[in-house]
Design a protein around this ligand. Sequence first.
Ligand code: GCW
Length: 680
Amino acid sequence: DTSGYKAWLALHARADEAQRKREAARYDWLAACEQHDTIAAAVSELRNGIRSILGQELREIDPNRIEQGIVIGTFDGNERIRALCGDASEQLGAEGFAIRASEGLMAIGANTPSGVLYGVFHLLRLLALGELTENLSVMERPANGLRMINQWDNIDGSIERGYAGQSIFYANDAIAFQPERVRDYARLLASVGLNAIAINNVNVHRLESGFITEPLLSRIAELAAIFRVYGIRLYLSVNFASPIEVGGLPTADPLAQDVRLWWKERADDIYRAIPDFGGFLVKADSENRPGPFTYGRNHADGANMLAEALAPYGGLVIWRCFVYDCKQDWRDRTTDRARAAYDHFMPLDGTFHPNVLLQIKNGPMDFQVREPVSPLFGAMERTNQLIEFQITQEYTGQQRHLCYLVPQWKAVLDFETFACHEGAPVKRIVDGTVFGRPYGGFAAVSNIGCDENWTGHPLAQANLYGYGRLAWNPELSAETIAAEWAAQAIGPDPQAVDTICTMLLESLDIYESYTAPLGVGWMVNPEHHYGPNVDGYEYDKWGTYHFADRYGIGVDRTVASGTGYAGQYIGDNAKAFESLDRCPDELLLFFHHVPYTHKLQSGVTVIQHIYNTHFDGAERAGELARKWQSLRHLMPDGLYLAAEARLLEQAEHAKEWRDRINTYFYRKSGIADAWGRTIY
Ligand code: GCW
């Protein structure tokens, strides 16, 4: 397969024949005795992997008789496993695993079948990376309880903000899928430890509102069954107005008795069809979607009503905080979209039921290439939180430009919120440890579609891979993740791995350079959000402005003279963002309106920074394409050509970005480039 379909599960054969034979000799027997679908899946992954990498067929044997080879299973279901690594049981939780190898016998043990599956995928990763040693002792458990993917797929087969083809779940107003393809997606997700999927767009349209009732519910249950085998729970996005639109009731008021009863009955039906159903994901009172505001109720009233319906079954309500006024008048300088989520949700802290989680986008606006971290992290002490990332590259080049997002996510996760003395980075808030929350974790919008290689741009696979790896372990570095992905997906050739890692790791900085200077976002074409348009959103209703005029640019969000947004942060963060001198350069224009001649901490003026980064960024985008071309001889055609075409488009498009932005600000400011480069 040269198309990239197998992604990071390509399991390339060992190139070194002597090493292959040596390793193969160690893995010829396999012992697994449990009758469980997930264990069976783990066995099949293991067989497949050992065959593919080492050319070795595993033969099956009774766990009590095995002396050399691999034995896998749960501590309760496999005595031999209990004897070999059962002592690790208490430290592993429900999803962790232990791997022990010595004297030719390798044991993978866990408390649950999913833990065993994760252990097998870990082993295969070590094997593919050439890191499997003869004696080994590994113990891992995920940092986050919920590690979720959100599909923005619609029943007509389209994907909102999808850049890799149509949906793999739906087509022509029907639930329509190839079980093989869905299974392969489940394998990819499970191989990086993801354990939850919301299977439809958060904008729940008419037909999708019916997913919670028959006849569609049974079809959804078929999808749930495929994911279940791989330890992944299925969730549904629901329409808050379902009682009206599906149930025929006159209202969806969350405090009305018949509405509450209606949702309870739906929960009963759903759990009959899908006993391990995860729960509901809800976008309410957001971008024209219905919600509790219609009835004079608040978000806690809405979320808690659904939570009550799901509680008897252990289901969760994931309630999104992407709530703001999308009909704001651009002449109104007092309304600031950045403030909205905090203003709506902070006063509700402590009022949500225990099975409610708030899903909060990483930044206060909307997945721009650069934003500060949402101030809700650290502020709400008595509410479960999930952080929402966007893997699909809506504002970051739409999988036509290369943009490896893991460094951006890392910076968000490591951001210190000052929520407590001992240190409270975002990753410790969302995993629940700082405030002792029972639920927490990661959610992210998927970037896959029915394109042969899943993501359109083959290198965009690294974002999906990296998201899963970080959700499991946020301490992994962006470099490690890039190298892991490249070696597994492309092959272990050191020149290829090195070059691809360099490309991935510099790509975010390059993209930021030629698009969005100093924390200004939104200079894109409205609606589809691709390509430069400095004033595309400047005089409209979405609340996303840069306020550039002939003197200066930026949004004053200080407490002293602006919208007060900087004051939503805790302690020194509030002080630093408020201060013109201390605000980090890369966010300066998010927090301050300054003259073009304002001198940055870097020593150059704002206008010169804009020119420098745009010339530089376009140049570096061209180099990305040349780096890829240097790998031509190491790549299979399908993969090589798909990426090359996109990298060449990026290089051209980066020049357009450069010229549009530079010319705009040259015309506005009248200040020439200090280096006399061409500005049109
Ligand atoms: O980023 C914006 C997108 C919308 C999306 C919305 C959201 C699903 O432009 O397409 O709707 O965010 O997150 O709800």
